[in-house]
Design a protein around this ligand. Structure first.
Ligand SMILES: [Zn+2]
Length: 176
């Protein structure tokens, strides 16, 4: 049984380019993403790979949230929920915010698209999402006029035997 794609894909008839809700899209096979991550880990190690993609992932999440906030007229609080819901609709996995106290955020991720491979080094494989969560939660905090920066870590991963993946976030202590 299959279901229809839960995102409204628009294809430009002239140039064949895809977009979804005004954002240009490329459909790529999952193995292209995981092969890239594995190659970065081989070259740089787990931590080096995570550091390499962190800034780009963070910036991309912020760009996405800003565009979607304007496109849909979303409230700051709704932006993160919409972002996580859309990641689920696009096959990355099903994210759920289980706890959000302001001082502590816990996000569960079921069916992560990045957890079907083993890293081979005992570490989780979904660290790319940590940067995405940081970008999204920081964006929402800034939009509510209470700017904070959060640091997220994947604390358990399905790729290393957990039932599902879990991310913990906490505020970064600000200087001054
Ligand atoms: Zn994981």
């Amino acid at each position: 049984m299959s279901t229809e794609i839960p995102v409204p894909v628009t294809v430009d008839p002239d140039n064949g380019r895809w977009s979804v809700e005004g954002i240009p899209m490329i459909l790529v096979p999952r193995h292209m993403i995981t092969n890239n991550l594995a190659a970065a880990e081989e070259r740089l190690g787990h931590k080096g790979s995570a550091n390499l993609i962190r800034d780009a992932g963070y910036r991309s999440a912020q760009q996405w949230c800003a565009q979607q906030r304007g496109f849909h007229g979303l409230s700051p609080d709704r932006v993160v929920a919409h972002y996580l819901e859309q990641l689920g609709h696009r096959g990355w996995g099903r994210f759920r915010v289980e706890e959000h106290t302001g001082e502590r955020i816990r996000v569960a991720l079921h069916h992560s698209a990045l957890a079907d491979r083993a890293s081979g080094n005992g570490n989780g494989t979904c660290y790319m999402f940590a940067a995405w969560l940081e970008g999204a939660f920081d964006f929402a905090a800034a939009e509510t006029g209470r700017p904070r920066r959060f640091a997220f870590t994947e604390t358990s991963c399905r790729s290393t035997g957990a039932a599902h993946c879990t991310f913990h976030g906490k505020p970064i202590e600000q200087q001054n």
